[in-house]
Design a protein around this ligand. Structure first.
Ligand SMILES: [Mn+2]
Length: 298
């Protein structure tokens, strides 16, 4: 990170799963936070994904002088000015003091989600009379709203398959100027193909996470298993992290968009159970129980 940086703020939702994180994740994360804290003051806001019960935020144990986890509204002085820190689920029932920055984890009504849909949430009227800038986490897509009064930093990496936003970290200078920092991180791509060769044209980079959707006719499903194996082979060859492939049946085309099929269509219920059992390496005994349940007549 550039010289002169004094604070690193993480504006909430450090994790997605809220609670019961594996020790490998927690230990690694704590090591990284400590390493950051040896160079910068680290402030982590509690996001709505950082707790199961609001009374027990997961990362409350991060409470050192150089690294703090903020789960209650707090005022602080940053190198860039005075700031109010407002973690997730705050009730916004306080008067916003005359600080330079309001750093929060909140969805303000009118922010746009990944699919462009406008979200509803905190009424921006809570900012009436506040003359400073709002910088927020929570919404994954970097964006400005309310004429630039609120800016969403956005996620520093892709969160969902099909995300197309440019992940970034925001750098705020002492003069208030903002610039973007980009760090290498895998993209989560959904590749839509009509034939195997289409994969040659894909721009996905080594290390990217890919899911493949294959437009095909119902009649061609008979060759699906081999097709899928080929896709997997190409993915491995290109150094992609393969997250599976699925057929999109063009027979079911609705307004130009093939319908997604969760499972192979046109096979009997029994063969679907067999296929499921095979894929998940289910023992013969359990597979038979599944088949018996399927065929049971009440
Ligand atoms: Mn959130």
């Amino acid at each position: 990170m550039s010289a002169g940086v004094t604070e690193v703020l993480i504006l909430g939702d450090l994790t997605d799963a809220k609670d019961r994180h594996p020790s490998s994740l927690v230990n690694r994360l704590y090591d990284e936070v400590r390493a950051l804290a040896s160079e910068f003051r680290v402030i982590i806001l509690c996001g709505n994904h950082d707790f199961l019960h609001v009374s027990e935020p997961f990362f409350r144990f991060i409470d050192g002088a150089r690294a703090e986890f903020i789960f209650e509204v707090a005022e602080t002085r940053l190198s860039i000015g005075a700031a109010l820190l407002v973690p997730a689920l705050s009730r916004w029932d306080f008067a916003v003091p005359a600080v330079d920055y309001l750093m929060t984890h909140a969805t303000f009504s009118g922010a746009a989600a990944e699919n462009g849909q406008l979200l509803s949430g905190v009424n921006s009227a809570v900012l009436d009379g506040f003359a400073g800038s709002v910088i927020s986490g929570d919404v994954h897509v970097p964006q400005r709203m309310l004429g630039g009064r609120i800016e969403y930093v956005g996620a520093p990496y892709h969160v969902r398959f099909g995300d197309v936003f440019e992940p970034r970290v925001m750098l705020v200078g002492d003069d208030g100027n903002r610039s973007n920092l980009y760090f290498p991180a895998p993209r989560k791509r959904v590749l839509r193909i009509s034939r195997l060769e289409d994969l040659d044209d894909e721009v996905a980079s080594e290390g990217d996470y890919v899911r493949v959707q294959c437009a095909m006719r119902r009649a061609d499903l008979v060759g699906w298993r081999d097709y899928r194996e080929e896709i997997k082979r190409v993915a491995v060859e290109r150094g992609w992290v393969y997250f599976g492939a699925e057929p999109l049946l063009t027979d079911d085309l609705v307004g130009g968009t093939p319908a997604r099929t969760g499972a192979v269509v046109g096979e009997s219920a029994e063969s679907l159970v067999e296929e499921y059992a095979r894929r998940h390496k289910v023992s013969r005994g359990y597979a038979d129980v599944g088949l018996r349940l399927l065929l049971r007549e009440d």
